[in-house]
Ligand binder design. Structure first.
Ligand SMILES: Cc1cc2nc3c(=O)[nH]c(=O)nc-3n(C[C@H](O)[C@H](O)[C@H](O)COP(=O)(O)OP(=O)(O)OC[C@H]3O[C@@H](n4cnc5c(N)ncnc54)[C@H](O)[C@@H]3O)c2cc1C
Length: 444
């Protein structure tokens, strides 16, 4: 396995559980990739505040598989609840726990701030989407998908959810992928629509527990080890790490799309030209940045909900992270409240100084909640390539089988879902299952 993000870890667990010894090579000093721990001043933060859904079953099942005695997450029904007392005209909706789409229907019925016409339009729109089997025309954007809805419903409910789920502005986002997310969230049971909150940092949540699981079954997990796929003079596949060359029967490439080229040597491409074609196809991916602004306060203000909606100027969502404070190291700043503010598709913020971003986000929260205490601590993480841009008609890749003995995993290798932890995990499982099936076929 080259890459120790969620995709690589999911693949390794799947192989280890099937009794296959495997090795994971991760270039960074810790596991997790784009969903990892970042320690600052003794606080174990994440590189970005992540939102997970109850429908992300493969991730939650894998977390239970590798750490069956702990449940490092809690869940609350999906909700769009305004953060501030001054967000007078904002819609407030909590999805109810009821079978299938009934939970959303009840939530809409009881929502605050919607007229009867807006509620009925919403229900009719969802019915139409369902009647069409959640299938959308190729090339359709989310903006077009939302056109039949009243403006307030679009702007206050579905556009924010699109941005949060796809990290792509609705005007450019794929309607089909958004429809898949809606089907998953509001499909089978009310719990699918839950927000799931990890109660540990994102490296501990799955990747580090996965590494323990793999090592306990004879596998190896090496961090701080950049690996590349190459071919020896006899045409045999090798994984190169520093001076070492390890012969391999199967390699799962679980690196981000922009790292694929660096991970496959020209020698490997010469032996298997199809690898060069895969590199060409990911070259045209576009990416979206994401900023997370961490703000610490010396006294705690009550949150209306563990995650609350802002007014997009510039933050979109705010999440309370008391779990980080509970696990704080001795010497960490003494904070009574830690908030993570999310700015998805944060292109406009990329060039800005972090201090300016902190000032603007703190001022935003204060505008919405004038009673907020003084800010005492802050930290900003901006990830330039947080996710690929989830546009319609984006390049596709051959997955999981890239070439004989070479498999592909990663969020971009599971196009049904947007670039998410769940897409990464599912792609890793699919790639590992392909390895297992091919081994069986060779033996049989
Ligand atoms: C700020 C931010 C916020 C996000 N918010 C959400 C969210 O709310 N919900 C959600 O579900 N998803 C979210 N995502 C997306 C999610 O984190 C990713 O989709 C997922 O983590 C991708 O996992 P992956 O394993 O496919 O790729 P990666 O995490 O990129 O893993 C690839 C790994 O390969 C390693 N690597 C690369 N080259 C080599 C090499 N040659 N040798 C060894 N190792 C190598 C890299 O270091 C990396 O660790 C967010 C991402 C970011 C950055």
């Amino acid at each position: 396995m080259i890459g120790g993000g969620y995709a690589g870890c999911a693949a390794a667990v799947t192989l280890a559980a099937a009794g296959v010894r495997c090795a994971v090579y991760e270039a960074a000093p810790l596991l997790g990739g784009r969903a990892r721990r970042v320690v600052r001043d003794g606080l174990a933060l994440d590189n970005g505040q992540h939102l997970l859904l109850g429908a992300y079953r493969s991730t939650l099942d894998l977390v239970r598989q590798v750490a069956p005695t702990v449940q490092p997450f809690h869940r609350r029904p999906l909700a769009i609840v305004p953060f501030g007392a001054t967000q007078d005209d904002a819609v407030s909706l909590v999805v109810r726990r009821a079978p299938g789409r009934l939970g959303l229907g009840l939530g809409l019925l009881m929502a605050r701030g919607l007229t009867l016409r807006e509620r009925l339009a919403n229900v009719a729109w969802l019915r139409a989407l369902e009647r069409d089997g959640f299938r959308r025309p190729a090339g359709e954007t989310v903006t077009t998908l939302l056109e039949p809805l009243p403006r307030r419903v679009r702007e206050q409910l579905w556009e924010p959810l699109c941005l949060a789920a796809l990290n792509t502005p609705p005007v450019a986002a794929s309607a089909q992928v958004f429809a898949h997310v809606l089907r998953a969230a509001f499909g089978r049971t009310g719990a699918d629509a839950d927000f799931v909150f990890p109660t540990v940092d994102l490296s501990a949540f799955l990747p580090e527990a996965a590494a323990r699981f793999v090592r306990a079954r004879g596998g190896a997990v090496e961090v701080g080890t950049t690996a590349r796929l190459t071919h020896g003079t006899g045409g045999e596949a090798l994984v190169v790490t520093g001076a070492a060359q390890v012969p391999v029967t199967a390699t799962i490439l679980a690196v981000g799309p922009h790292r694929l080229e660096m991970t496959i040597t020209p020698e490997a491409r010469a032996v298997q030209p199809i690898l060069a074609a895969a590199i060409d196809s990911v070259r045209n991916f576009a990416y979206e940045p994401l900023a997370t602004v961490w703000l610490g306060y010396a006294t705690r203000s009550a949150m209306p909900y563990p995650i609350a909606r802002l007014d997009d100027a510039p933050g979109q969502w705010v999440v309370e992270r008391s779990d980080v404070l509970t696990a704080a190291a001795a010497g960490a700043p003494r904070l009574a409240q830690l908030l993570a503010v999310v700015i998805s598709a944060a292109g406009a913020q990329l060039a800005r100084a972090h201090a300016d971003l902190v000032r603007d986000v703190d001022a935003q929260l204060r505008r919405l909640r004038p009673d907020l205490p003084a800010l005492v601590w802050s930290f900003v993480v901006v990830e330039k390539r947080a996710t690929y841009a989830c546009t319609p008609l984006r390049p596709s890749v051959a997955a999981p089988r890239l070439a004989p003995g070479v498999y592909l995993a990663g969020d971009y290798a599971y196009p049904e879902f947007p670039a998410t932890i769940e897409a990464a995990v599912r792609s890793g499982i699919v790639a590992a299952q392909a390895v297992l099936a091919d081994r069986l076929a060779r033996r049989g």
